[in-house]
Design a protein around this ligand. Structure first.
Ligand code: PEP
Length: 258
């Protein structure tokens, strides 16, 4: 089964809406029609930028999917500071990152919360990009697979096999995020293959063959080709290198570099 790679730019808490507009415009010049035939591209700005990014993408017919970095799982209510999935859907957001390690570590998101968010995102007809990954201590203690399998199973509990086949899982070793350290292409491939086998065990072979599995963790133009040509890696979740049009577009164009 051929899976169209998804390259996602997670802008984290960077860029105000003027800066966001500038970056989207620069990206629109750097990314070609051929690129978007080969890969899907999603942009995940801070909440305050989403309307701006949506408006420019729609009015200029730019080939970027609008994304979000996070949402709450409840539909509405007294949750000061939170944003409901339906509010994102109304902005034509297509992809929502859920369970990023920074949300888990800094904001205390649990597997149960991640699972509730995955279901709420799906119920609002958006696609979750559900993150999983181990710490350096867990990897060194030989516990990477156990940690990741636990996150995948708990995060997707109660989701149908058909829905799992249509969503995105981002494998992001925590020690590689924002550190400049990247998993070797072999380790990244092994872990993404392991995520796929976990999906197969829990949801069946069809879901496993169609679910897209991204690698994330210091992806750069110089390592994108090696990582993204691995058989079980279906794209990348990119943090730092997504903040500049030059580096992000070169990652999108990983096919052209060796
Ligand atoms: C991320 O934000 O998910 C990420 C992988 O960041 P970076 O590319 O900067 O490591």
């Amino acid at each position: 089964m051929s899976r169209k790679p998804l390259i996602s730019g997670n802008w984290k808490m960077h860029l105000n809406h003027f800066e966001a507009l500038k970056l989207v415009q620069e990206l629109s010049y750097a990314v070609t029609v051929d690129d978007v035939e080969e890969v899907d591209i999603s942009l995940h700005p801070p909440f305050t930028d989403i309307r701006t990014v949506q408006t420019v993408c729609e009015s200029d017919r730019l080939p970027f999917h609008v994304g979000a970095q996070h949402c709450h799982f409840e539909a509405k209510g007294a949750f000061t500071g939170e944003v409901a999935p339906s509010m994102l859907a109304k902005l034509n957001v297509s992809y929502v990152i859920v369970g990023h390690s920074e949300r888990r570590e800094v904001f205390g998101e649990t597997d149960e919360m991640v699972n509730a968010k995955v279901k709420a995102i799906l119920a609002n007809e958006m696609i979750p990009i559900m993150c999983c990954g181990e710490t350096l201590d867990e990897r060194e203690a030989g516990g990477a697979e156990e940690k990741v399998a636990g996150q995948v199973k708990a995060g997707l509990a109660g989701v149908s096999a058909e829905q799992v086949g249509a969503l995105v899982i981002a494998y992001e070793p925590i020690w590689a995020i924002g550190t400049g350290k990247t998993a070797s292409a072999e380790d990244a491939q092994d872990m993404c293959a392991f995520v796929r086998s976990t999906v197969s065990e829990a949801f069946g072979a069809d879901a496993a063959s169609s679910v897209r599995i991204q690698y994330g963790g210091s992806v750069k133009p110089t390592n994108a080709h090696e990582l993204l040509t691995q058989s079980d890696i279906d794209g990348a979740l990119v943090g730092g290198a997504s903040l500049e049009a030059e580096s992000f577009s070169r990652i999108v164009q990983y096919r052209l570099s060796e």
